[in-house]
Design a protein around this ligand. Structure first.
Ligand code: PNS
Length: 164
């Protein structure tokens, strides 16, 4: 019997962007099963709670039948084992992403020799979109609706108003 190939796409997703969704769609076409792993790291002081980020991704990924959204905490290499994944997916937007991603991929391989990282490039129109930039634009009242799902845009704008 053929093995089901599973990949894990981990991230903070604070918030999920259309660039993340583009990577998810690509990875879901390459693997039988894709787990989107929402990192639970409260020391990063996210704008959205763990539960909110899980809900945003679950709603945004509902159209893809082989995509599951799951929380993970602790080491990524442990999550890879827990989810029985064969590969870690990361998005590469520009050369500037590469240095950190390369370091992380090699460290993960050092921690777990079978942990392979695959890089996927989102559409070029998302190559400049990052969660950090989205949070910053929202903080100053700019229009983020082109870059995130509608529910995220609405909730982020009201979260920023609460924090102002
Ligand atoms: O969206 P992000 O912030 O780039 O995602 C980073 C994430 C969650 C993938 C990374 O911080 C991570 O893997 N955290 C788990 C802890 C861990 O394994 N750290 C060592 C990686 S070298």
């Amino acid at each position: 019997m053929e093995k089901n190939r599973t990949a894990l796409y981990p991230g903070s997703f604070d918030p999920v962007t259309n660039g993340h969704l583009d990577v998810i769609e690509r990875a879901a076409q390459l693997f039988d099963r894709l787990i989107v792993g929402v990192g639970q790291n409260d020391s990063k002081r996210p704008i959205f709670t763990n539960g909110e980020r899980l809900a945003h991704l679950t709603e945004a990924c509902a159209e893809w039948e082989n995509v599951e959204v799951r929380a993970f905490s602790g080491l990524l290499t442990d999550a890879v084992k827990e989810f029985d994944a064969e590969a870690v997916i990361r998005g590469l937007r520009a050369v500037s992403d590469f240095e950190w991603e390369f370091q992380m991929a090699l460290m993960n391989r050092q921690l777990s020799p079978t942990c392979e990282t695959l890089f996927l490039m989102p559409k070029v129109e998302y190559s400049f979109v990052s969660s950090t930039m989205i949070r910053e634009i929202a903080r100053f009242g700019g229009d983020i609706s082109l870059f995130v799902p509608p529910r995220v845009a609405k909730e982020l704008m009201s979260r920023m108003q609460e924090l102002a």
